[in-house]
Design a protein around this ligand. Structure first.
Ligand code: DON
Length: 313
């Protein structure tokens, strides 16, 4: 971290965070997965890590939360590592949808009938079916191991209650998965694929885990703290591009203009972002805006990026 930025963050981050926290009144905690509704609506935390492993944090950055859609970036990377680009892009496209993340509208409407991208639910479910392994257990264990490697956190687990809550209420995801099976896109049994998907969405992290995962993307697949390459550069490039075009769903364009950094949000209120070549960033703010992104988290990232001129564009 440059001395100037470090000092700016040290001086201003707590106040920027408290100002952004006020915006929780404009959002609501997700409740379509009943377990998520227990999250504190006014929580907000951030953790920023640089390539030397130095960090700065503020607010409720110790709060645990489930990755939800943030996990989709990393299952995509694992599926690419397991199968290569040709196989992956025969099952999912490369374009934003302009629809809700769980919409099935375009699946039937637009040929060739594959999900538009791997970050919407239909695409991520198709990706879950591409993870190598002889059983559901083995596939999920491989995902968890990969996430442990990226976070350097050997204690990562998935939250049984959130998993059970989503599995019991995930009718829309089930219908997407059956539709994809009918179209020949899904490999394996629907319920097995959904179990892998629901479980990886329920992996529990905190802001420092998110920042650590983001740091590896910021350094093109190289872990600058441990000094080891973890992901081929090409697959990180693909993941970061999807984060920029679709990572914040229908607000991805607005986020690119206001913040200008690759990012991925989840319905638990997490946002993983990064300053390429420099920092990994993890944010949690459970109150979501209309688009399904953390309202406080987006506000805080806008404030920091505009104050420190972090936009890539
Ligand atoms: O499948 C779902 O609906 C959730 N497990 C994940 C959705 C999500 O995080 C969308 N993000 N903003």
């Amino acid at each position: 971290m440059s001395t100037y930025e470090w000092e700016q963050l040290r001086e201003h981050l707590p106040a920027w965070l408290e100002e952004s926290r006020q915006h929780h009144v404009h959002g609501n905690v997700a409740s379509y997965i009943p377990e998520l509704s227990k999250a504190p609506r006014d929580a907000l935390g951030i953790y920023i890590m640089d390539g030397k492993g130095q960090s700065i944090s503020a607010g409720d950055c110790g709060l645990s939360f489930t990755l939800q859609s943030i996990s989709k970036v990393f299952t995509l990377i694992l599926a690419l590592m397991d199968n290569g680009e040709e196989v992956v892009f025969s099952k999912v496209g490369m374009e934003p949808t302009g629809d809700r993340f769980n919409s099935m509208l375009k699946l039937e409407l637009v040929e060739p009938g594959i999900p538009f991208n791997p970050l919407i639910n239909a695409g991520a479910i198709a990706i879950s079916s591409l993870i190598a392994g002889n059983s559901t257990e083995e596939k999920f264990t491989r995902i968890l191991q990969f996430f442990k490697l990226l976070t350097q956190n050997d204690t990562l687990v998935f939250d049984e209650d959130t998993y059970a809550s989503e599995s019991a209420t995930g009718h829309l995801n089930r219908s997407l998965a059956y539709f994809l099976t009918e179209k020949g896109i899904l490999r394996g049994k629907v319920e097995d694929v959904l179990e892998v998907y629901f479980r990886h969405c329920a992996i529990t992290v905190n802001c420092s885990d998110l920042a650590r995962m983001a740091l590896i993307l910021a350094y093109n697949g190289y872990d600058p703290v441990a000094g080891v390459p973890l992901i081929p550069r090409r697959y990180v490039q693909i993941a970061k591009t999807f984060m920029t075009t679709c990572g914040m769903y229908d607000a991805s364009g607005q986020f690119a203009i206001q913040v200008g950094l690759p990012a991925k949000s989840g319905v638990s209120g997490g946002i993983l972002s990064m300053v390429p070549g420099r920092y990994g960033i993890g944010v949690i703010g459970p109150a979501l805006n209309r688009m399904g992104n953390s309202t406080t988290g987006v506000h805080l990232l806008e404030t920091i990026s505009q104050s420190l001129d972090w936009s890539m564009f």
